[in-house]
Design a binder for this molecule. Sequence first.
Ligand code: GLN
Length: 258
Amino acid sequence: MKKFLALILALTMVFALAACGTAPVETPDAGAPEADAPAGKLVMGTNAAFPPYEFKEGETIVGIDADIAAAIAAKLGMELEIKDMAFESLIPAVAGGSVDIVLAGMTVTDERKESVNFSESYATGIQSVIIAADSAIATIDDLTGKVIGVQTGTTGDIYCSGDYGEEAVKRYDNGALAVQALLNGQIDCVVIDNQPAQAFVAANEGLKILDTEYAVEDYAIAIAKEDTELLANVNAALAELKAEGKIDEIVSKYIKAE
Ligand code: GLN
C-alpha cells in the first residue's frame, strides 16, 4: 500500500512538472518575424493618461484601446500584456521590438509611417483646444501670441509648433499634466484630442473646449515594419470586430452619446 501511495505521489509530481513545462511561458516576440501561427503573448504599448482611450483604474489600464487590444488578442489566441510609457517612447518601442503593437489614440502620420506600419484605422480623432471657462480666446486665431500646452511628440505638439512657433509651445509628458498647468494659470490653453479634452473638462471645474476642429485625424495600431504577419493578423481581427459591431460596442461603453 505504501509503495502504491509513493507511486501515485511520484506520478502526481511528474504530471505537475509536465504541466509547468507546458505553461504559456513563451518568450515575447522581440520583433523577429515568426513563421508559425500566432500564439503566446501580445505586448501592447500605450500612454495611460488619455481617457477614454487609455487610463488607469487603480493599477489596471482600461479604456477603448485596452478593450480593442484585448478583443484582438482573444481572436489571435494570444495573451495581452499592456506596458505604460511616455507617448514619445511608443514609436521607438514598437520599432525596436520591446512591444508588439501600439494602441494609444495614435494618429497615422507620414512621418510615423517612416518608422512603423499602421493597421486599418479604428477611430477618428479631432485636435481640440481646451481653455479656461472665462478665457478671452474665442477662435483659433486668438492662439497667436499665447502659451499653448501640448503633450510631447503628439500631433498637437507638431501642428502647434509649426503653426504658432516653437516658443509658443510648452510640452508636457501627458495630457493630465498639461491640463493641470492650465488650471494653475501657467499656460493659456491645451491642444489635445477631442475625447480626452472632453474627459478632462468633465473632470475639472472652470474649463471649456473651444468650438473648433483644429485637425481631423485617423487613429490606428502601430506595428514594427518587419512584423508583416502580425499586421495582417491584426487587420483581419479588426475587420471581424468591426463587422461584428464589437468596436462600436466598446466605444459606446466608454463614450456615452449625448
Ligand atoms: N492623437 C495624438 C497623436 O497621435 C495624441 C495621442 C496621445 O496623446 N495618446 O499624436
